[in-house]
Design a protein around this ligand. Structure first.
Ligand code: SF4
Length: 409
């Protein structure tokens, strides 16, 4: 195998061989049927309304397909994944079942040799990890999504022009770690509350909390953002020129607001005339995330009784879909069908938090009797809205729908 044959970014042309396996694991004829029927399934008192956009995005489809093709192309080699390929337990478990080993931490990379194959996930890997694999001369299959790479190009151009990348994202998310590694100076803000702190720092905040702490304003800032900024970050110098970008799966409305807050802070500090040379903005939310967020809003506006948001608990984009859905009605982020314990009880991730909790009376309008009591006559249908994150296979969505049908009797 020559050097040029050691790194792959495109299909091996084996789709025909793996397609059956992919269909068996992830495809759902029931979902196809519901889509064809106008995204609606009526059964008994149940009305299941599917969002117009949900489930696997183009980047995930591609990454999963390449991973399967890699197994087919290198049947006798050890194959490693640098991390979960996407944040869905079902997909990762399927790959592990095919003998693909997921590296759990940086130290576990030491076992890789020249004879091995390494798959990089859809959200990419930090530059240092990539260099390490290149040095080992193993085969690299890079499934990084094109939309993630466009964020990398953006922060690289900010760095070249002397701008600090301020990234709306989660600093410990794989995608954001990979993006940060491409920037010379960066700061990650996860929400509007953190952005507000950055804006106050830019403005000087003479009466603010920064001044009242022993470390002074600069020390406090660095303490707050110590895991979320580049080495040697100096807020006095490095917040003077900002290039804004975002993790591709963030809440788009919040990203727009944060960008505006930063622009405004720089305008207030340096004046309108300076803004052009001190602020750059590029919306790097990917179109798949945007489409799913728009679709759940539309579904929410139809006034569902309950919305189920299906996806891995570690999936950032699924969590944001649940946040949007909960603006309209009770919404539950469930990982799979097993989360629907019964008509009375559901296990789910708390919206906007990390905890997994169980909620009783989830199929019940506030202050009313449960929908499925035998004695209660309910003429209204029970309308359940359903969406799924970009890493959720249709098969998992089907299983949730089947579970709903089963418990509704
Ligand atoms: S969510 Fe967006 S960036 Fe992430 S893999 Fe899918 S298409 Fe690519």
């Amino acid at each position: 195998m020559t050097e040029s044959e050691k790194s792959f970014r495109t299909s091996f042309g084996l789709k025909g061989i793996v397609q059956h396996q992919l269909d068996q694991s992830y495809h759902s004829p029931l979902i196809d049927k519901i889509r064809a029927a106008g995204f609606l399934l009526k059964t008994g008192r149940l009305e299941i309304h599917l969002a117009k956009e949900f489930g696997f995005c183009y980047g995930v489809e591609r990454a999963v397909e390449y991973a399967y093709e890699t197994r087919a192309r290198f049947p006798d080699r050890r194959i490693f994944l640098t991390n979960e390929i996407i944040h869905n337990p079902r997909v990762n478990a399927e790959l592990q079942g095919m003998g693909v080993k997921i590296l759990t931490d940086d130290a576990s990379r030491s076992e890789i040799t020249e004879k091995d194959v390494v798959i990089m996930p859809a959200f990419g890997v930090p530059v240092e990890a990539l260099r390490e694999f290149e040095k080992k001369r193993c085969v690299i299959v890079d499934t990084t999504c094109g939309s993630v790479m466009s964020v990398w190009r953006r922060v690289e151009s900010y760095s070249q022009d002397g701008f600090t990348s301020v990234i709306h994202g989660k600093y410990d998310h794989e995608e954001t770690r990979a993006t940060c590694s491409r920037a010379v100076k960066y700061l990650v803000v996860k929400d509007k509350a953190q952005a507000e702190q950055v804006c106050k720092y830019i403005a000087g905040d003479p009466a603010g909390a920064w001044q009242k702490t022993p470390g002074g304003k600069r020390g406090t800032f660095l303490e707050k953002f110590k895991s979320a900024c580049s080495e040697g970050f100096d807020p006095d110098k490095d917040l003077g020129k900002i290039g804004f970008a975002n993790q591709t799966t963030m809440l788009s409305r919040e990203s727009i607001e944060i960008s505006e807050m930063l622009r405004e802070a720089l305008r207030a500090r340096y004046g309108e005339a300076e803004l052009q040379v001190r602020f750059r903005h590029f919306d790097t939310i990917c179109s798949a995330t945007q489409d799913r967020q728009d679709a759940i809003r539309k579904l929410g506006e139809k006034k569902m009784n309950v919305i189920l948001v299906i996806g891995g608990y570690k999936s950032s984009n699924t969590g944001h879909l649940a946040e949007i859905a909960s603006e309209f009605c009770p919404a539950y982020h469930v990982e799979d069908a097993s989360a629907i314990v019964s008509r009375e009880k559901i296990r789910h991730k708390k919206t906007g938090a990390q905890e997994i909790v169980e909620t009783e009376g989830w199929l019940q309008k506030r202050g009313q009797a449960p929908f499925f009591t035998e004695t209660k006559k309910i003429s209204d249908p029970l309308q359940i809205g359903i969406t799924a994150g970009a890493s959720t296979p249709n098969r998992v969505v089907e299983e949730v729908i089947q579970r709903l049908i089963d418990i509704s009797g």
